[in-house]
Design a protein around this ligand. Sequence first.
Ligand SMILES: *Cc1c(COP(=O)(O)O)cnc(C)c1O
Length: 369
Amino acid sequence: MNQTSDKPRPTPRAGIMDIEAYVPGKSAAPAGVAKVYKLSSNENPLGPSPKAIEAAREVAGKLDVYPDGTARRLREAIAEVHGLNAQNIVCSNGSDEILGLLAQTYLAPGDEAIFTEHAFMVYKIYIQSAGATPVVVEETDERADIDAMLAAVTPRTKIVFLANPNNPTGTYVPFQEVRRLHAGLPKHVLLVLDAAYAEYVRRNDYEAGIELVGGAENVVMTRTFSKIGLGGARIGWMYGPMHIVDAINRVRGPFNVNATAIEAGIAAIRDRAHVERSVAHNETWLAWLSKEMTGLGLRVTPSVGNFLLIHFPDDQKHSAAAADDYLTAHGYILRRVSGYGFPNALRMTVGTEEANRGVVAALTTFLRT
Ligand SMILES: *Cc1c(COP(=O)(O)O)cnc(C)c1O
């Protein structure tokens, strides 16, 4: 398309055309591959809860009716399961939407928002969309460095985004460190704890953010149903203090969560057995994959999520790009992460037993040749 034109035409606000559009993980393999294993988007290998499928089928016959704009029943189901107050929850079209709404509501041109070197990429997009300035802080050992984050705060800082655990590294910040980050921030700076993978974390020193939100006026926690089986339904939510909930409710679309998402979400979150099965599967296979990859001589970043960051050797023949080509040709779709500052690594979602064993077998052959 013609990008430069002298003819008058609408132009986006300053900064919009500097945004690099988000590139999702691939989902297709070349023609002729017998079976495709999509391990590029951190979806649940066990699929959606069967109860969510049933609920989505049931709502299909009533799609002429607008959904409840406040998603009250979904908020109540979330509140019940997590022991929260439903009033302090806002649901959204994926947690991406909530992250965007927070940026749109609390950032203006000239403001700064902080995130770390290898953090989830959408923060930057939303900060730039709001006309504000992204401030990238270096990590230590592929993990958010709290001291470095605090050192980056200036009088212009309005938001600090912390993905905990982070994607694509899978590393996490222990609760005491998150507390220290919060304690060091001025009271007018909003701390956004993005806990997209909280369900999967099995660590005593981890806390998704509920406790911190409860005792502060400047912290929110964002969550998603996507990584636990409902990526296609687009359901996210935020838990935060009333004044932030009130502001977000003014800015969000009036029916931002659709009827299918509401019903599937309610059924999914009540199906604790499916969540437990998914988490147990992940625990087993994340450990297995880490051990196997290490055995192949590949370094893996220690992950507490449902995915693994795999680093490849420096020789061209066995680079991440070469491995990606090889795996894709065999039907295994992993995620390139050059855009996240890892030009020689691939992110792999923990898959089914068949997928996991298949990737290890394929990499074994790839590394031998
Ligand atoms: C996947 C992901 C999200 C957003 O997921 P949605 O599908 O929009 O709910 C947010 N943060 C991180 C770190 C993620 O990996």
